[in-house]
Design a protein around this ligand. Structure first.
Ligand SMILES: *Cc1c(COP(=O)(O)O)cnc(C)c1O
Length: 434
């Protein structure tokens, strides 16, 4: 049980048992020492957001009774209704819809759009192409039941080459039929930068100056609790996201949320259930405790994921790989991209993430053809909730530039293990020499 220099416990042996060699551990420690200031800043944001969430729970008198639930139609489901008040308080909006019947982020976005657009209306994306799954919702790629089939048109203004907004182009694109604007906060799997809440506020201000009645919706996926303010604090009429990402805190087993203006949320309720019924029905069936507890943990979970992303950026930047965002940039979401330039790098990285998981650590991810992708894709995830991307996960298409995207980690310590394990596998495969 020899204690070695710079290590408080015999943690070296434990890392070794997990499969991580000393050189990898030391390299990680060296990088981590340089990140102390940034980590402290992340903790400050988490502290603020933790207080914000607790304040919202106290203000709305969350009680033990909120964890019971109605069945059947779900009339007077107090836990459900109170949680929606809590979300409205956290996002500083008039109202919110937070339901297990909203199956994922795409569904929440489709709901917000479908509920508030009518035939003849136009939807505008002033930030270029939206997230892949929205292409079918909107009808950019023809699809059954798309907004296009219902007579809702769509236009898009590309970002300028430096990733900023094309204000002239946006002004020209806004016409008499423009009813709604959709702004995606996170870059998703594109190469553009993610937007800060401040930048989103500028864009909304610009749009509202042209026509104040245009509904501004923000796809907030992966962005919640990264900053101390949310898009609804800077003028967004609707903010939309998934509960198996940041705001579910890793505990919500399903769900999505929409927070915003009362009349718009009401329309979402009518669309989710039925005209006439709206938010009054929809039993919560026992998931409320996990929704509350997940929201309670979400600020620290998001902080852990951010630390992992920054740690990875700095590790791989130091080793000479291209990383987006880079090691020192400010963060607006929890996604990290690393470009390896060859398939072996992507595969070894994903094997390492998988090997560090609490669940399914013994399986080996391999590249595979996936519906909707034009190349083989490798995915690593050992999650408690299927597909949960607030849990540590990585994926990469096996095609140039051979980049891997990864995100999540319910705790910083797990994120660190995952990244060290990815490096260990890259060393084993000879892609990296330390
Ligand atoms: C994840 C994500 C979505 C879709 O959410 P799902 O839960 O996967 O349907 C939409 N937009 C962005 C930016 C996302 O990151």
């Amino acid at each position: 049980m020899a204690k070695e220099d710079n290590y408080d416990f015999d943690i070296i042996s434990l890392y070794k048992e997990l499969g991580i060699r000393r050189e990898v551990l030391d390299f990680g420690r060296e990088v981590e020492v340089g990140l102390a200031k940034r980590f402290a800043a992340i903790d400050n944001v988490a502290e603020y957001n933790q207080l914000k969430v607790i304040h919202a729970m106290q203000k709305n008198q969350v009680s033990e009774g909120c964890f019971h639930y109605a069945s059947g139609y779900g009339y007077n489901d107090v836990g459900r209704d109170t949680l929606e008040e809590v979300y409205a308080s956290v996002f500083h909006t008039e109202s919110a819809l937070v339901r297990p019947q909203i199956t994922c982020g795409t569904h929440a976005l489709a709901l917000a759009l479908g509920a508030n657009l009518r035939p003849g209306d136009e939807l505008l994306s002033p930030v270029g192409k939206p997230y892949d799954t929205l292409e079918e919702v909107i009808g950019i790629r023809p699809s059954k039941g798309s907004l296009a089939e219902y007579g809702v048109s769509y236009s898009q203004v590309e970002l300028l080459s430096d990733g900023t907004f094309d204000f002239d182009g946006i002004r020209k694109a806004i016409g008499g039929n423009t009813k709604m604007v959709t702004i995606q906060r996170s870059k998703g799997y594109q190469t553009r930068p993610s937007f800060s809440v401040g930048q989103i506020g500028e864009l909304i201000h610009f749009v509202k100056n042209i026509r104040p009645d245009i509904i501004c919706m923000v796809d907030n996926c992966y962005g919640e609790f990264v900053e101390t303010i949310e898009p609804s604090d800077v003028g967004a009429d609707l903010v939309v996201g998934s509960l198996i990402k940041n705001p579910g805190g890793g505990l919500a087993p399903i769900g999505g949320y929409i927070a915003g203006r009362k009349d718009l949320i009401e329309a979402c309720g009518f669309r989710l259930t039925s005209p006439g019924l709206g938010k009054e029905v929809g039993a919560s069936l026992g998931v409320m405790q996990s929704f509350y507890q997940g929201l309670f943990l979400a600020p620290t979970v998001t902080a852990g994921a951010l630390k992992g992303a920054i740690f990875a950026a700095n590790i791989y930047e130091k080793l000479g790989f291209a990383v987006v965002p880079n090691g020192s940039e400010s963060r607006h979401d929890i996604i990290q991209a690393v470009t390896f330039g060859k398939p072996e790098g992507v595969i070894a990285f994903c094997k390492g993430i998988q090997a560090a998981a609490p669940v399914d650590s013994f399986v080996t991810p391999i590249p595979w053809a996936m519906p909707g992708y034009d190349s083989d894709v490798i995915m690593a995830a050992g999650a408690f909730v299927q597909g949960s991307s607030i849990e540590l996960s990585a994926d990469g298409p096996i095609k140039p530039p051979y980049a891997v995207y990864f995100q999540g980690g319910l705790t910083w310590h797990h994120g660190r293990l995952g990244i060290l394990m990815s490096l260990e596998h890259l060393v084993r495969e000879g892609v990296v020499v330390l």
